[in-house]
Design a protein around this ligand. Structure first.
Ligand SMILES: Cc1cc2nc3c(=O)[nH]c(=O)nc-3n(C[C@H](O)[C@H](O)[C@H](O)COP(=O)(O)OP(=O)(O)OC[C@H]3O[C@@H](n4cnc5c(N)ncnc54)[C@H](O)[C@@H]3O)c2cc1C
Length: 286
């Protein structure tokens, strides 16, 4: 199918894009990589009066290390993240998760801002944002605000971003030296969205273990598995504790059933993948 008619704008600055959003008063859509939006238009599931293309706003594409964080401009392509030396060194969990995102042509166009703003619960980046306690920056007519993952994701494909706001930046704390990481997921075919995915990071400091776990595909939003993290933080990274954390993870998630999998199967997967991710992360942790 072809998309319904829309007006097209390609501003070259963020201010112009914000002014256009305000002009259409909620009836325009931002176009980033188009990898989710264009199929929605073609199926006529989205019928905006206008598209505001962000691709000419070059100031929105960057990867910078600053003040203990890696800052990624919203228009940074997934492919740039996959090959960034800063990401490889400072955020290996993000790099590993990126390899699970679609196929090469999708990652060449798809952006981190688009992926997070789209809020597909099976997407990898929202889970990484949640596990690493990152934040996003949104700009609107009233200025800039910073949102945690909990404040951003509302439910399936829905965020708390206002229709006149643009997600401009993603900020992720640098992972500590010696941290171990793993992103585990099950998808039917390579490149498909995850049925369930689990992001894990662990590190030791001063004899204490810190663990970070978050899911994709196990509910309407990414879910932090705090009670499972607490098990390994208390009992260490041995096999018994990791197994117990996996069991706890499957109790913590509240997945829905859909054509791809039952809720019970997703719950089971959350446990199995948590255990696998923790095991691999622990092996990598110095
Ligand atoms: C076959 C296929 C397989 C895929 N597999 C995966 C996968 O395994 N994992 C995965 O995570 N993704 C997958 N994707 C989706 C892909 O990663 C997209 O790149 C991503 O979901 C959206 O990013 P985008 O830059 O293309 O955004 P677009 O499609 O351009 O936009 C998506 C939505 O976000 C909004 N938006 C975009 N940028 C901003 C912004 N800066 N501020 C506010 N709102 C904004 C748009 O208005 C739109 O509503 C797949 C896509 C395809 C076609």
């Amino acid at each position: 199918m072809k998309p319904p008619k829309f007006e097209y704008h390609a501003p070259s600055t963020l201010d112009e894009a914000l002014a256009l959003l305000a002009r259409y008063n909620g009836d325009a859509k931002l176009l980033a990589g188009g990898q989710s939006l264009v199929p929605l238009l073609n199926f006529r599931l989205a019928r905006p009066a206008a598209l505001i293309d962000l691709n000419r706003i070059t100031s929105l594409a960057y990867i910078r290390e600053h003040d203990g964080h890696v800052r990624l401009g919203a228009m940074t392509r997934q492919r740039a993240i996959e090959f960034s030396p800063v990401v490889a060194r400072r955020l290996p969990l993000l790099r590993e998760a990126t390899r699970w995102v679609g196929h090469l042509p999708i990652r060449s166009r798809g952006t981190i801002g688009g992926s997070i703003a789209h809020a597909d619960p099976s997407a990898e980046y929202p889970a990484v944002l949640t596990a690493l306690e990152g934040e996003v920056v949104a700009r609107g007519p009233k200025g800039e605000r910073t949102l945690s993952s909990g404040a951003l994701f509302e439910t399936y494909l829905t965020t708390t971003l206002a229709p006149d706001e643009i997600l401009t930046e993603v900020r992720l704390p640098v992972m500590p030296e010696g941290a171990g990481w793993a992103f585990e997921e099950l998808a039917r075919r390579h490149g498909d969205f995850a049925i369930v995915g689990v992001a894990a990071a662990v590190w030791r400091s001063g004899g204490r273990v810190t663990a970070r776990l978050a899911t994709a595909g196990a509910g309407g939003t990414p879910r932090r598995l705090r009670a499972a993290e607490e098990i390994v933080e208390r009992d260490g990274l041995g096999a018994a504790a990791i197994e117990a954390a996996g069991r706890r993870a499957s109790e913590l998630v509240e997945p829905d059933a859909d054509i791809h999998a039952s809720a019970d199967y997703r719950r089971h997967l959350a446990g199995v993948l948590t255990e696998r991710a923790l095991k691999r992360a622990a092996e990598r942790a110095a």
